[in-house]
Write a protein that binds this ligand. Structure first.
Ligand code: 5GP
Length: 190
């Protein structure tokens, strides 16, 4: 009875890329225009930054993060530049497609569990632009440099994992492009 009406199974979209490349803005724009898409809210031990939306993360201390991790409460988790980040296990009854904004190491864990997910790597036009965006949003010079170096490493790992690279030089055009990729992916997973 319960399965008289069959829905296609939920699609998972992994959005990775360097901080400052614009993936957070893209993710918010996507869920705003698409009711069938929900953005997973990660847990992090990183302190809140000036430009963080109030609901950007669940900001927790290390003890709370560790407790959830040892309970198996994360789909994936990673340490990034000294702080912990993790995707809470989604509600199986959610019904909507799930957008994960996570780093490439997390993407690797998702790929091992869900090889059919859509993997997109959002990148800035170049490192000079990337660094200036990072400084502009509140990182100090040392952390911005660390992120630019980390971005170079992530780019290689993303290529290795088969991510599709999306260059964000025009926000609106990039959101349109990603929305189209999600549409195609849904159609081929219908
Ligand atoms: P930020 O400190 O700039 O908010 O995030 C740093 C990095 O952690 C970004 O690449 C971001 O995508 C990633 N990140 C955010 N949430 C998660 C998560 O739940 N899991 C993993 N693996 N990475 C995350």
């Amino acid at each position: 009875m319960g399965d008289a009406i069959r829905h296609r199974s939920a699609v998972v979209i992994v959005l990775s890329g360097p901080g400052g490349a614009g993936k957070g803005t893209i993710a918010r724009a996507l869920v705003k225009r698409d009711e069938g898409l929900v953005l997973s809210r990660s847990w992090t031990t990183r302190p809140r930054r000036v430009d963080d939306d109030a609901d950007a993360y669940s900001f927790v201390d290390s003890a709370a993060f560790e407790a959830r991790r040892s309970d198996g409460g994360f789909v994936e988790w990673n340490e990034f530049l000294g702080f912990m980040y993790g995707t809470p296990t989604p509600d199986p009854d959610e019904g909507r497609d799930l957008l994960l904004e996570i780093d490439v190491a997390g993407g690797r864990q998702v790929r091992d569990r869900l090889p059919g997910a859509l993997f997109l790597f959002v990148d800035a036009p170049d490192d000079v632009e990337l660094r200036s965006r990072l400084l502009g949003r509140g990182d100090d010079a040392e952390r911005a440099d660390a992120r630019v170096a980390e971005a170079a490493r992530e780019r290689l790992e993303a290529d290795d994992l088969g991510y599709r690279r999306v260059l964000n030089d025009d926000l609106e055009a990039t959101v349109d492009l990603v929305a189209g990729l999600i549409r195609d992916h849904r159609a081929s997973n219908g």
